[in-house]
Design a protein around this ligand. Structure first.
Ligand SMILES: NC(=O)c1ccc[n+]([C@@H]2O[C@H](COP(=O)([O-])OP(=O)(O)OC[C@H]3O[C@@H](n4cnc5c(N)ncnc54)[C@H](OP(=O)(O)O)[C@@H]3O)[C@@H](O)[C@H]2O)c1
Length: 313
């Protein structure tokens, strides 16, 4: 099968398209024919090994000290069940699925075997029926990140919710989820993305690049920092200070992402019902993954970036 391999940490050019052995499922695994994967902010950290200082040592221990232990990286996939081990109960051949491979990585490939049960090596669910495989990758990554944090925030109808970093993969879904929960939602992004964030349903938008935005900051019941601690601005700090006395701040970087298929199923339900629509900024073919990494590495993407996997050649 074709796969993108990463045999050392470094710039996007370390990624190479190669022919590798196709995996076969163990008794408790499914084999997924992958139609789309995603290039995420996490992949950029892993490939470049540019991890925040507090994660550097634990992540290197997990991922490989001098080079990636698993040469096929990538942690998001959408595809079709191609074969199943004898103990598989949740899925059957032909099911369309989406999910995250977590520390199992291996999603930059034509096929990936993984367990049907949740673990640090991933979680899987049937894919939302009304979206493409590429959109499903944004739903899996952005959806899991956003839903976990909004559940932790326990948002109530009518509350004032602020989503900082509203234009990224998790931010775009967080805006729509918070609206679905009945909150009054403010999205914070740069000038370029103001109209886009409004189009996702935000009641108000704030431009973090403009000094005068200070005047539009309200008192919030909940603030989700959807871009993470490495990206900040004066407006972000002022928004934190504008939380009500009972208000809660959660960063997408607070603790680890929980890989729960129960949440993927919930996200599927919300997408199937039309409450949420994942956003894909760009789609690249597998042989242009270096460009995709360059683009995502710039940190300005709008929603997700997907890699489409064509099995015909
Ligand atoms: N806790 C965990 O286990 C875990 C797991 C995975 C990911 N994460 C975290 O999740 C983060 C978000 O990932 P993501 O893929 O949803 O984000 P993303 O798509 O990479 O975010 C891109 C967006 O960030 C915006 N942005 C850039 N700099 C900004 C700034 N200073 N202030 C506000 N917005 C800014 C850009 O919009 P503008 O051009 O409008 O600025 C762009 O649209 C990752 O960076 C990582 O820290 C955590």
């Amino acid at each position: 099968m074709k796969a993108v391999v990463c045999t050392k940490y470094g710039p996007p050019e370390v990624l190479q398209l190669k022919e590798v052995n196709k995996p076969s499922p163990k008794h408790d695994e499914v084999c997924i024919k992958i139609y789309a994967t995603a290039v995420t902010a996490s992949d950029i950290y892993i490939r470049g090994s540019q991890l925040p200082i507090r994660f550097w040592l634990p992540m290197r221990l997990f991922l490989g000290f001098t080079k990636p232990r698993k040469s096929i990286i990538g942690m998001v996939l959408a595809g079709e069940i191609e074969s199943v081990g004898k103990d598989i109960k949740r899925f059957k051949v032909g099911d369309q699925v989406y999910g995250i491979t977590g520390f199992g990585l291996g999603a930059y490939a034509e096929y990936k075997c993984m367990k049907e049960t949740d673990s640090m090596h991933g979680c899987l669910s049937l894919k939302p029926a009304n979206i493409s495989y590429e959109e499903a990758t944004a739903a899996a990554y952005g959806g899991l990140l956003a839903l976990q944090r909004l559940e932790e925030g326990n948002i109530q109808r009518g509350q004032k919710v602020l989503i900082y970093g509203a234009s990224g993969t998790s931010g775009t879904i967080a805006i729509q989820l918070a609206k679905y929960y009945g909150a009054e939602v403010t999205g914070v992004c740069s000038t370029n993305h103001l109209e886009f964030v409004k189009s996702l349903g935000a009641d108000k938008v704030i431009d973090y690049t403009k000094e005068e935005s200070e005047n539009f900051i309200d008192r919030y019941d909940f603030m989700l920092d959807a871009v993470g601690k490495a990206k900040s601005s004066k407006i972000k700090e002022l928004c934190k200070k504008a939380l009500s006395s009972e208000g809660k701040y959660i960063s997408i970087d607070d603790g680890k992402l929980e890989l729960k298929s129960e949440r993927l199923i919930k996200i599927k339900g919300l997408i199937d019902a039309g409450h949420i629509k994942p956003v894909v900024d760009r789609i690249y073919p597998m042989d242009r993954i270096v460009e995709a990494h360059e683009y995502v590495g710039m940190g300005r993407k709008r929603g997700g970036v997907a890699i489409s996997i064509d099995h015909s050649n």
